[in-house]
Design a protein around this ligand. Sequence first.
Ligand SMILES: [Zn+2]
Length: 96
Amino acid sequence: MRADIAGAVVDGNALAGLLSDVFAVDVTTVVGTCGGCGATAPLADAVVEIDEVAALVRCRSCTHTLFTALRTGDGVRIVLAAIRGFHVPGAAVTPG
Ligand SMILES: [Zn+2]
């Protein structure tokens, strides 16, 4: 972020409102963009290779690995790969 276009510089606590909307949705409705081929699709349409430890999420169009979700001893770790971005339809657009 360039300083001349920044509205304010604050700490990460400012993300609480915005990201609480992101993480409160049904993740299968989140739309991902593949960095491999540019395809966009809801995560429900991805190809998932899953076992008790990990879920490897692949692009249905080009098979690139978008990300991996790993169960750890104390939670879940998301390791990003070819995923270019996520769009959360319906998430609040007002700051706060
Ligand atoms: Zn792809």
